[in-house]
Design a protein around this ligand. Structure first.
Ligand SMILES: Nc1ncnc2c1ncn2[C@@H]1O[C@H](COP(=O)(O)OP(=O)(O)OP(=O)(O)O)[C@@H](O)[C@H]1O
Ligand SMILES: *[C@@H]1O[C@H](CO)[C@@H](O)[C@H](O)[C@H]1NC(C)=O
Ligand SMILES: *[C@@H]1O[C@H](CO)[C@@H](O)[C@H](O)[C@H]1NC(C)=O
Ligand SMILES: *[C@@H]1O[C@H](CO)[C@@H](O)[C@H](O)[C@H]1NC(C)=O
Ligand SMILES: *[C@@H]1O[C@H](CO)[C@@H](O)[C@H](O)[C@H]1NC(C)=O
Ligand SMILES: [Mg+2]
Length: 669
């Protein structure tokens, strides 16, 4: 019993794997020993590759041993029927175009060395075509229309007997059993070069000497109606007891195509065994194997690269958006031309890098830069501004101030708004601010600029006065500067003094009620009544201007630190003291080494004191100041004895050491 089973098993193994002459099945060709020639080969993944894409090549593959076409011997021999089925695929580099096809072959021999590729399918040549000595039956899957063989189209299946001129042929396709309800079976076209695996059945009926060819897509069962039927007596065609069965394919001279057989079964006298479709190797996706290999590598890399690039682009865009984000509001449209894009300012200042930092002031940092297109040199002041309150009025004012043009004002070019930040763009002043010259030594700064000589100091004072005159009187509105001081006097290329930062203090002043008086200004320059009321006026500017004049002439800060007793003396009091003791000329900056017009110096010092007078009404207007400076009007005779009100002494200026800050003198907040 066991023996019988074992025998049966062995028989099965033998028929399924190595096969006998009468019956075999290849569900994939891995390990199969076919006899191949030309470019035909079995690929590592088990496909029978008849052609490999190289032009003008042919390839053949035959079952290694011949099949017996006749049963019995001699006169008693009878022709046998056979049945075969195979799964094939034709790939083309060019969708819809293919050069030449392939064929299932039953032949007396396997030597096709004299055959031609291309239209001859590797089977015949010009002289041998139609010759009965060829002893050849071929089922062609032809993808070219060759007129010399009277092909019906470029996508047909034909039965060829010793000739490429098919005995019978039909357009590739199948009669679909599924919707044949109305009697006529619907014909469905198939495209041989679709790159899809398709199945062909070839059934030879020896009794009827008829060959039926049927085809269908891989998933479709064998259609009941054959595609092509042809009469042919194989015993006479092959004219031998046995014949070789196999495949042939050929490429032409222009288009690259590949012909594959994925599985094949054959049987004499009975239906071919089933091919295990699940085991079949998969046709390559792309037409070219090389290309598919390349794609296998390139595609994931390209996809990854694309994803990375996309992610990077999104990241950069988000970052760019964040980095360059601005605040725009509708009402700003009218200020259009004065608005700068943050991106431009960012690039202009090299990303606000430290090496472009000009200085840090009470409102923020100032950076040097150059505008992208015009290459205009600019100074960008970043003012942090948290509250939205009053910003509209302020910007309206900034734009309004931008219209101010005077040779003694630092031109305001425009602004840019971001969250919690305002950027003001000014003309760049190449020669720094005045404080850098006056107090360079004590700040440890080493300016290469020459010391300011007397004439230059006078010219700067006159320039600032003329700028202030423009603000106070010559423009359509009265503009109060609010922050006149040495660091806000900038020197242009010709060493003209220019007033900068005008109106900026107002940003912090805006909307403040008379009650809530927090004073904006710089210690030492704040007029007494400004300290009391917090209300800036042209006369508070005059006060600060007076202090500035004294500062320039004396080369001293508004509040002088007295080293010995660790106390502070106001510059005003110090000058006044010199005047009272008859040594006004000693108040002049010692660095000038006497190279001074003493008469002019004492006039200017007295003018400074007059401007910095504690009583508002005692101070001259800026127009009078310019007249005094120009000598058009003589300075009134003054006495060095004005009373110092009790509200005005150093104790009001609470901060020691730091001579500048925004002070809050009364309890507004
Ligand atoms: N338009 C400009 N061109 C060249 N340098 C400038 C310009 N504006 C400002 N600076 C420089 O930047 C420094 C800082 O200026 P900023 O106005 O912020 O501070 P400040 O004048 O010392 O005080 P405040 O904030 O009260 O005006 C100044 O000392 C000056 O040297
Ligand atoms: C095809 O096979 C031939 C012969 O084996 C070889 O010379 C040629 O390079 C192959 N072509 C491709 C595209 O692999
Ligand atoms: C054509 O093929 C036959 C054999 O099939 C061969 O004898 C003959 O020489 C070939 N002709 C040419 C022109 O190659
Ligand atoms: C099928 O193919 C034939 C021949 O190419 C063509 O005439 C016919 O229109 C096609 N039918 C369909 C449904 O595509
Ligand atoms: C086929 O040919 C063989 C040999 O010539 C002959 O014996 C046989 O009857 C033929 N078969 C048919 C169906 O014609
Ligand atoms: Mg300033």
């Amino acid at each position: 019993m066991h023996l019988v089973l074992l025998h049966l098993l062995l028989h099965l193994v033998v028929t399924r794997c190595s096969g006998d002459d009468d019956q075999f099945v290849y569900s994939g060709f891995a390990g199969a020993r076919l006899s191949t020639d030309g470019v035909a080969a079995i690929t590592p993944d088990g496909m029978l590759e008849l052609t490999n894409g190289t032009l003008q090549r042919k390839g053949h593959a035959f079952h290694p041993s011949p099949v017996r076409l006749l049963r019995g011997g001699g006169a008693a021999a009878r022709a046998r029927s056979f049945s075969t089925s195979f799964v094939f695929g034709i790939l083309s580099d060019h969708a819809g175009l293919s050069a030449h096809g392939m064929a299932f072959v039953v032949a007396a021999g396997t030597d096709f060395s004299a055959a031609l590729p291309s239209g001859y399918l590797g089977l015949l040549n010009v002289t041998s075509d139609g010759d009965p000595r060829n002893r050849l039956l071929a089922i062609e899957l032809d993808t070219m229309q060759n007129d010399e063989f009277r092909d019906i189209n470029d996508n047909h299946v034909g039965v060829d007997v010793n000739s490429l001129h098919s005995a019978q042929s039909n357009s590739a396709g199948f009669y679909d059993d599924q919707d044949g309800a109305g009697g006529e079976l619907r014909f469905r076209n198939l495209t041989l070069i679709s790159g899809e695996a398709m199945r062909v059945w070839v059934d030879y009926d020896a009794e009827a000497a008829r060959i039926d060819v049927t085809m269908a897509p891989l998933g479709v069962p064998k259609p009941s109606r054959p595609l092509v039927s042809a009469r042919s007596n194989l015993s006479t065609v092959v004219a031998a007891d046995s014949a070789f069965v196999g495949f042939s394919a050929a490429t032409g001279g222009t288009l690259r195509s590949r012909h594959y057989v994925l599985g094949w079964s054959f049987s004499m006298d009975r239906p071919a065994p089933a091919i295990d479709v699940g085991k079949l190797p998969k046709l390559p996706r792309a037409a070219s194997k090389d290309r598919s290999r390349i794609l296998e590598i390139v595609l994931p890399v390209a996809t990854a690269a694309f994803l990375v690039a996309a992610a990077a682009a999104i990241f950069l865009e988000v970052r760019r958006h964040r980095r360059y984000a601005e605040v725009h509001e509708d009402w700003e449209l009218e200020f259009g031309p004065h608005r700068f894009s943050y991106k431009d300012l960012f690039h202009a200042t090299g990303g606000f890098k430290d090496s472009n930092l000009l200085g840090i002031g009470g409102f923020g940092r100032v950076y040097r830069g150059a505008l992208p297109i015009s290459r205009t040199e600019i100074a960008v002041k970043r003012v942090s501004h948290e509250s939205q309150q009053g910003i509209k009025e302020f910007i309206a004012e900034v734009v309004c101030l931008g219209r101010l043009q005077h040779r003694n004002l630092v031109q305001l070019l425009g602004y840019c708004r971001r969250r919690g930040e305002l950027l003001l763009v000014y003309d760049f002043m190449p020669n720094w601010s005045l404080d850098k010259y006056l107090h360079a030594r004590e700040e440890g700064q080493h300016l290469r600029a020459p010391q300011l000589d007397w004439a230059l100091r006078i010219r700067i004072i006159k320039g600032v006065a003329s700028g202030l005159l423009y603000l106070h009187e010559d423009w359509e509105k009265v503009v109060v500067h609010r922050d006149i001081k040495a660091s806000n006097i900038l020197l242009d290329g010709e060493m003209n003094g220019r007033l900068g930062d005008f109106g900026l203090a107002r940003l912090y002043d805006h909307g403040s009620q008379p009650k809530t008086t927090h004073v904006v200004g710089t210690i030492g320059y704040i007029a007494p009544e400004l300290g009391r009321t917090g209300r800036a006026s042209p006369r508070t500017d005059i006060f600060a201007f007076g202090i500035f004049v004294l500062e320039v002439v004396c080369g001293q800060r508004p509040i002088i630190s007295v080293a010995q007793d660790d106390g502070e003396v106001l510059l005003v009091d110090w000058v006044l003291h010199h005047w009272q003791s008859g040594s006004l000329s000693e108040a002049v900056d010692a660095r000038l080494q006497g190279d001074v017009d003493i008469g002019e110096a004492s006039v200017v010092l007295k003018l400074g004191l007059l401007c910095a007078h504690p009583f508002v009404d005692a101070r001259p207007s800026i127009r009078q100041v310019t007249q005094y400076l120009d000598g058009e009007v003589a300075l009134p005779e003054l006495q060095p004895t004005y009373q110092i009100p009790s509200t005005y002494d150093t104790s009001t200026h609470e901060s020691k050491g730091s001579n500048r800050s925004i002070s809050s003198l009364s309890g507004g907040r």
